[in-house]
Design a protein around this ligand. Structure first.
Ligand code: EPU
Length: 437
């Protein structure tokens, strides 16, 4: 992606459906038998990987990309063996573990791939599914799971892991009885999964102190469901407005998805106005943003997925910011790349000290995970000259045409098709006169 210093971004932009909510809900359809319709599904690479994964298990799927509508028919789903190539594409592949054990009593998959943001073990998933009666054996990289019948349980999570909570909800959906998850994740994407699984016929309650109570049902119905808006895309848009001293409006987006993040934008000096009933967010940015410190935390804290994008803003704010990444132990790779652009960032373990500079310079940088790519793009919008960002596959895994929305708001950026470029180079080579020597 080639990004040039851009004018203040101005205008209105709607956000797509949430990638992470859609991935979990797609996996949950394995609990049903029949034809479900999922609306507001973003067309990002991870969604296409999940489509491939489900097709590999026997689901029939069609994706009306223009309408963002996905039809998944699970009637003939009969396999519990997940293709290793697809499994390695993303961490979210792991989300079929709970539903496959629930529906078939068996699962076979390899360790998942995904963003390199920490060691990302799967012990919480395995330990809690074991408590429900599953057994696992490892054959090299392959995990073989087996459960004669999953049992309802009282599960205590040592950390409110998003994926573990989702797998446990889905694993308990077909059990005969009530499962309680203590210290569960209550991120908006988990709550969206809960509303989808409730539509299938499962009784689920979210109680105070992050407790989720699930009463399973023997047979679950297919559903029609609309995915919640993507708070991480909304965050990226607001940050693009703020870093370029612009003015942006995001209609229909609820402030409660991003309360602490919005608090920090206000603390920087940006004006945030929210419409009636907490919906519709207007950002009017300050020209003199103050640096702010923050620590990432499970919802409703500052989202780890917005840490890297927010760091880009701190590199050009006035003063010093301290950022602590408390969810993943290795999610600061963007700091080195921001330094190449002239940012002053010092990283010690999970903590970054950033002293704002008056300007950044365009550079050649590389994104190593989805949210790092967003961070570098944002920095590129205010850097003098041109920034070339490699690692575009990460961007495309997480965002559906966000670059086009940014261009519409005034950003100057282009995606260079490397295949087309390579073909051009090859053709030029062919047309060159061959040396007589
Ligand atoms: N953890 C363990 N053992 C486990 C599971 C998690 O130690 O068995 C640790 C992780 O290593 C991490 C922490 O627990 O340090 C939190 O991980 P969590 O399980 O909550 O994250 P996840 O389910 O793997 C989802 C999102 C991530 C997002 C995190 C945190 C999806 C597909 N992924 O990951 O999204 O950062 O929750 O909110 O929903 C992204 O979209 O860019 C992304 C990485």
């Amino acid at each position: 992606m080639v990004i040039k210093k851009s004018p203040p971004l101005e205008g209105e932009a709607k956000v797509n459906g949430s990638k992470n909510a859609a991935l979990a809900i797609m996996a949950s359809l394995l609990l049903t038998s029949g034809r479900s319709i999922i609306k507001n599904v973003p067309n990002s690479a991870d969604i296409r990987h999940m489509i491939m994964l489900l097709q590999g298990l026997g689901c029939e799927i069609s994706f009306a990309v223009e309408q963002n509508e996905l039809m998944v028919d699970t009637t003939h789903a009969s396999s519990w063996c997940v293709d290793t190539t697809v499994m390695k594409k993303m961490r979210a592949s792991l989300l079929v573990m709970g539903p496959l054990l629930a529906r078939f009593g068996r699962v076979q998959l390899s360790l998942p791939g995904g963003c390199a943001i920490g060691s990302r073990p799967i012990n919480y998933h395995l330990n809690n599914l074991k408590k429900m009666g599953a057994n696992f054996i490892f054959e090299g990289d392959i995990v073989l799971g087996h459960a004669t019948a999953l049992k309802p349980q009282r599960l205590v999570l040592e950390y409110p892991s998003v994926g573990t909570t989702e797998n446990c909800i889905m694993a308990s959906a077909l059990t005969d009885g009530t499962t309680t998850i203590i210290n569960a994740s209550v991120e908006p994407e988990v709550i969206d999964l809960i509303s989808a699984v409730k539509k299938m016929g499962v009784a689920i309650e979210v109680l105070p102190a992050n407790t989720i109570v699930i009463t399973g049902k023997k047979k679950l119905d297919p559903i029609i469901h609309t995915i919640i808006p993507d708070r991480l895309e909304a965050g990226a848009l607001l940050l693009a407005g703020a870093i370029t001293s612009g003015k942006l409006y995001i209609p229909d987006f609820s402030e409660h998805f991003l309360d602490v993040f919005l608090l920090k934008l206000k603390e920087m000096g940006h004006a945030i106005t929210v419409g009636l009933n907490g919906k519709g967010i207007m950002l009017t940015s300050t020209r003199y943003p103050k640096a702010v410190s923050f620590k990432t935390a499970p919802f409703p804290g500052f989202p780890t997925d917005l840490q890297a994008p927010m760091m880009a803003l701190q590199t050009v704010a006035q003063g010093t910011a301290l950022i602590e990444e408390a969810v993943f132990e290795n999610r600061m790779s963007h700091a080195d790349e921001l330094q190449k652009m002239g940012a002053f960032v010092e990283v010690t373990k999970n903590t970054a000290f950033i002293t704002g500079v008056s300007s950044l310079q365009g550079a050649v940088v590389s994104a190593t995970d989805i949210r790092a790519s967003c961070s570098l793009l944002l920095a590129g919008l205010v850097a003098e000259g041109t920034t070339t960002m490699y690692g575009l596959d990460h961007w495309q895994r997480g965002y559906d045409s966000l670059e086009a929305k940014l261009v519409q708001l005034g950003a100057s950026l282009t995606i260079i098709d490397e295949c087309a470029q390579q073909q051009m180079i090859d053709t030029t080579k062919k047309n060159q006169p061959t040396s007589i020597l």
